[in-house]
Ligand binder design. Structure first.
Ligand code: A5P
Length: 225
């Protein structure tokens, strides 16, 4: 029988449990796939020291299981970061931020020795950009940044209605892109004053992609440069 989308998320999340090391602190992302991961972390609560979380939503879910959530400033050795994505290309470069948690996600991902990304097969694309690219922006710069992003990318820029990030900022979504050079675009958009974080994870891509499919979980390792 074909597994439901929820069952595929549960399975791919279960596969990520194998990357956890006893007595370590685990970096935890945000989103429905990560929720499926957190929901299976209960038996690990006494085996790990705790977690660093990328959002208030994940923090609440972790704490409900009795898992200690550390401030990143108090952790020197973050071995692993586990998170979902909105898109992944064959180089394991990602678009993230569909859940508006991209800034903290990028900080925690950058701090971890290894980034394991958990997705379903619908997230795999040859070229990033089908999913609107999220950009977190300081509110006073919203319109200026929107104009600049449109000019730089040629995409259609819209404000994500009613969304305020955990950092008090807004999200602009850029549609209609075909991102053939993600690292370069990430670097270019990072320079726009008012941009806090670009939802491209190319300078720090995933190291391992676990993909939930109808037939089980597929593991893809990042190709060498
Ligand atoms: C959160 O801001 C995002 O980066 C999520 O990681 C991404 O949207 C994946 O979410 P789902 O697992 O819910 O698809």
């Amino acid at each position: 029988m074909t597994p439901t989308p929820e069952e595929k998320k549960r399975r791919v999340a279960a596969a990520a449990l194998e990357f956890i090391v006893d007595d370590s602190v685990v970096g935890i992302g945000t989103g429905s796939t990560v929720n499926a991961f957190i929901d299976q972390l209960g038996p690990w609560a006494n085996r790990i020291r705790g977690a660093v979380s990328s959002s208030t939503a994940s923090t609440r879910r972790l704490e409900a299981l009795g898992i200690r959530v550390f401030d990143l400033n108090d952790v020197d050795d973050l071995g692993i970061y586990i998170d979902g994505a909105d898109e992944a290309n064959p180089r394991l470069e990602l678009i993230k931020g569909g859940g508006a948690a991209l800034t903290r996600e990028k900080i925690v991902a950058q701090s971890a020795a290894r980034f394991v990304c958990i997705v379903d097969e619908s997230k795999r694309v040859p070229v990033l950009g089908r999913f609107p690219l999220p950009v977190e922006v300081v509110p006073m710069a919203q319109r200026a940044v929107a104009r600049r992003l449109a000019a730089l990318t040629g995409g259609q820029v819209t404000l994500r209605d009613g969304v305020v990030t955990d950092n008090g900022n807004v999200i602009l979504d850029v549609r209609g892109l075909s991102i053939t050079a993600p690292r370069e675009l990430e670097c270019e958009l990072n320079q726009v004053p008012g941009v806090v974080t670009v939802g491209l994870f190319a300078a720090r891509p995933a190291d391992v992609l676990l993909v939930g499919t109808d037939d089980g979980v597929l593991r893809v390792d990042r190709p060498l440069a």
